[in-house]
Every structure is written in C-alpha cells, then in structure tokens.
Design a protein around this ligand. Structure first.
Ligand code: PMP
Length: 292
C-alpha cells in the first residue's frame, strides 16, 4: 500500500499529496514543523512536541486551525492508516496560499500536514564507535534575528551548515554563534562532559529547545549527574572528556572526533552510555500510546 499523507483532514496517496505553489510555506519557508518519533506504538513525548509546535506558531503569529487534542487524534489516525508502530512523524503547519507578496494576512487558510514514515537512522556503527564531526563555516542565526524557539520551515541556515559537513566528508557540523560560542549542530543539540559534569549551551544563545535535550537533562537530575547550562568555547569542547549529540532521530549519539581532534579517549564515554541506556528506557514509557 502506498504511504498515505494527511493534509487538512484528508488522506492522499503520497504521490498525490500536494500543496499550492502559492503557499507561503513554499514561497518563503513561512510555517512551523515538528519531527516526532514513535516507538512500538508509543509516540514519544508527543505532548511536548505539540506544545512546541503551538509555541513556534504563536511566535510567528500563525493560527493552527486545530485544537491540540484534535491534532493528536489526527496524528494517530495517520499512523494507523499507514499501519506504522515505529515511525518518524513529520508534522507541519504552513501559512497557506497567499499572493506573491510577503504579507501573511493574505494567507487565509493555513495548511496542516502529517507525514508518517519509517525512520532513517544513523548507521549502528556510529553509536558503537562514535561520530566524527567538524565545525561549520556557517554561523548560527542571531537569536535577535530569529528566535531560536521557533522551529520554522526555513532551515536554510542549517542546510548551509550541513553542506559544510558534507564538504568535510562527515555527517554533522557544529554551528557557532556569531561571537564564536558553540550553539548546536545542524539538526541536533550538543552536550559535553567534563570532570563528570554535563554541560550544554543555553538555548537563548541560538539553539533549538530540543525535546531530547530536555529529556537528557531530566535524566541527569534523576541520576544526580552534575549539570549546568553554560556557554561553551570550541577549545572547551576539544578538551572535553566526552561529547554527544541529541535529537529525535539521532537520540543520543556519541561524538569522538571534532575537527580531526580526538575527544577524550576517542571512544564513546561512560556518562554518554549511561544516559543512552536511561533514554532508551524512557522511549518505552514516556508518551502517548496507540494501537494499529
Ligand atoms: N537542533 C535543531 C536545529 C534541530 O532541527 C533539532 C531537531 N531535529 C534539534 C536541535 C533536536 O531537537 P529534538 O530533540 O526536539 O528533536
């Protein structure tokens, strides 16, 4: 059966799932989105993702034409329709069709679409051996230009940094703030461990408020691992004992090399492994259940 996609309450075969080329989501990247994951019939942290979506929409003054409970129901309908127990869920709200000008008031009807598909993962070897990454040439958007809490459809800043990663022959790249502090990676938040203390940059310097990041911080508190949000310089990261990335798709992935410099022992560290273990336990219980 072909993949079925939800657009504004209706289902379409993947090949017929279309939106207008006048949609400001297409013309300007004007809209917001979420990447969500389901594990064996449990939509992990769904409420947190829905809340972030509504917050992102609020920050760009975009009205989501559905209530939160209805949206949750429709996500589950889409998963059932595609008989997916383990899925990646792409939920987006665009500003909708308007004219060729920027004025969002011309867009009367926002579009909500939900794509549920099999998840594409990093190869297993990266979790075992760790990831090699580089620093991107492209700097992170200024938080005063684009509020980092907005998960918008415009990912050009991240795509440019991803191109830097591809050029360097690696999977991910660190994005620095305009003044040289570590912000995050192109699609993941970043943590380091130094002398058994877990550190991640504050989102306010220009990183997405990641839901996986939040889950990791909560685990650290529960496990009494020292934790702080601090500004991190590249030199701090190079000399860290451990480093890892967090994201819905990547979960927790160890980093063992940055800009050709070995991090810690050059192998995934113990704190990272402990957090990974605890995170996997969480993916079996923290979310909204459904049956297909
Ligand atoms: N930063 C960026 C830029 C992202 O796009 C993402 C999501 N892929 C993350 C961080 C991680 O966020 P989350 O844990 O909510 O998936």
């Amino acid at each position: 059966m072909p993949l079925m996609v939800y657009i504004n309450g209706k289902f379409y075969n993947k090949n017929n799932a279309k939106i207008s080329i006048f949609d400001h989501g297409v013309l300007y990247g004007d809209g917001v989105f979420e990447g969500i994951r389901s594990y064996d019939g449990l939509i992990f942290k769904l409420r947190e993702h829905i809340n972030r979506l509504y917050n992102s929409a609020g920050l760009i003054r975009l009205n989501i034409p559905l209530s939160k409970p209805k949206l949750i129901k429709d996500i589950i309908r889409t998963l059932k329709k595609n008989k997916l127990k383990n899925a990646y869920i792409r939920l987006a709200v665009t500003r909708g069709p308007g004219d060729l000008g920027l004025d969002p008031r011309k867009c009367k009807n926002g579009i909500v679409f939900i794509i549920t598909d099999k998840i594409k993962l990093y190869p297993h070897k990266f979790y075992e051996r760790g990831l090699k990454i580089v620093t991107a040439r492209t700097r992170r958007n200024l938080p005063v230009a684009i509020d980092p809490r907005i998960k918008s459809l415009n990912y050009l800043n991240n795509i440019l940094a991803k191109i830097d990663a591809i050029d360097a022959g690696v999977e991910e790249a660190i994005m620095l703030t305009f003044d040289g502090y570590v912000a995050e990676c192109t699609g993941d938040n970043i943590f380091m461990v130094n002398k058994n203390k877990l550190i991640t940059p504050p989102s306010s310097i220009g990183a997405l408020e990641g839901i996986t990041k939040d889950a990791v911080i909560r685990i650290a508190r529960r496990k009494e691992i020292k934790f702080d949000e601090e500004k991190i310089r590249l030199s701090d990261l190079y000399s860290a004992d451990e480093c890892f990335l967090t994201g819905t798709a990547a979960e927790i992935i160890p980093v063992v090399e940055i800009d050709k410099k070995k991090i810690g022992t050059g192998k995934p560290g113990l704190v990272t492994k402990l957090l990974e273990e605890e995170f996997h336990k969480l993916t079996k219980k923290d979310g909204v259940r459904y049956s297909i």
